[in-house]
Each structure stands twice: as structure tokens, then as C-alpha cells.
Design a protein around this ligand. Sequence first.
Ligand code: OAD
Length: 235
Amino acid sequence: MPDSSAIVILTGAGISAESGLATFRGPGGLWEGHRVEDVCTPQALARDPALVHRFYDLRRAALESAAPNAAHLALARLERDWPGGLLIVTQNVDDLHERAGSRAVLHMHGALNSALCAACDHRLDWHGALPPGSACPACAAPALRPDIVFFGEIPYRMDEIEAALSGAGLFVSIGTSGAVYPAAGFVRMARAYGARTLELNLEPSAGSDWFDEVRHGPASEIVPAWVDTLLAARS
Ligand code: OAD
């Protein structure tokens, strides 16, 4: 049964674009001539580990010098001041929500600052480059890989996400193209459970028609404006 005060927010690469982190699709979406769908797969990792590790090393390095923008900060303020429940489900592998002050954040596609052992599933914090063949500190296998959900792998924490969607009164999607499932299907799932739905994006996403309301513009402008309106309506 949805709780009208419970909010689930899905975020994508668009919320971090104004922090200087590249989005995956659209202008600049190609990386060294490769489509992201051709680099971020288990097959690519097996075939050319140096290429896949370099892709994530560059993103991890870019993250070092990036900072949260007004959209991340507004969501952290909302979590602090909103009297109901609030959960951010992010497809992003950066940590800008956490650095902005958000606490309730689920990383469904993994995290750049984490390494995963392909042999024993041990996870550890990782900063800086991750050379292919790095040894796992738990089992010693030379099998550390980026802790990222590749195309064809199952996103993390889906049970918790579906439980949150089933209880949400409001579902908000921010900065995502709606091109990648299962996240692209969350709007329909939330609607089916009875939530109101809102899209905040630079432009209409692939799933725009599924939302009750859409607002278009840069996240650093439209997200703080939406948070202000929401909090003002409650006070
Ligand atoms: P995309 O790159 O597919 O889409 C980014 C969306 O953000 C687009 O709809 C843009 O119009 C929008 N956008 C760009 N700049 C914006 C701004 N300043 N303000 C608001 N919106 C803006 O990124 P995702 O939808 O996040 O998966 O991509 C989904 C997944 O595909 C990613 O998580 C990644 C990738 O493969 C993994 O890493 C596993």
C-alpha cells in the first residue's frame, strides 16, 4: 500500500553532468570510438581487460576532481527536511550523492570507488587505477575487477528497490535517458503500485509518456526548484 509521504528518486548520469562527469549517450557519449554497450560487458572484460579497466580508471580519475552540484545538494536537503521516507536509487557509479550529504542511497549499478573479486566476490574500497590482474586481498586470486554491473549482469539490490517502489507515493526520475532496463521500467512499476510520477530531465526521455508530469531543463536548476516547491507545500 503506497504511503503518500514516501518518495523514491531514481537518478542517472544527467544529474552529474554539470559536475563535469560525462553522460553515456548523446554528445560525447562515445569513448575512444566505442559504444558503452560494447565496453561494459563481461565479454569485453574477458576479451580485452586492459580496455575495460582503462575506461573505469579514467572515470575514477575524473571523479576525484568532481564535486556535487546544486541538484545533488538539493536532494540531500530534501532528505534532511522531508518528514516522510526518501530513498535515492542511483544508476550512477559516482559518489556525488553521498558527498552532497545524502544517506539513503542505493547504487544499483555498482560504484567506481569499489573493487570486486571475480573469484570470491570479496569487495573492497578502491581509489586510483585498478590494473588488470590485481590480487584479491581475501583469496589472492589475480581477479579484481571494477565493482560495476555490466550489461547482461543483474543490477544490485533489486529486492529492496522493488519493495521501496511498492510503497512509494511519489516516484521521481532525474537525469536518465530511460534507455537501460530494469531502471527504465521503474516508472511503470511505481505507477502500477499507485505512485504519482514525475520526470526531471534536460529533454524528454524514452519513457516520458509514462510520467504524470514532466519538467525539462538542467538538473542544477529544475531539481532545487522542485525541492523548494515540495518543502514549501509541506510547511
Ligand atoms: P544516459 O547518458 O543514457 O542519459 C543521460 C540523460 O541525462 C539524458 O536523457 C540527457 O538528456 C540527460 N541530461 C544531460 N545533461 C543533463 C543536465 N544537465 N540536467 C538534466 N539532465 C541532463 O545516462 P543514464 O540514463 O544514467 O550503466 O544511463 C543508464 C546506464 O547506462 C548507466 O547507469 C550506465 C550506462 O551504461 C552502467 O554503468 C551499468
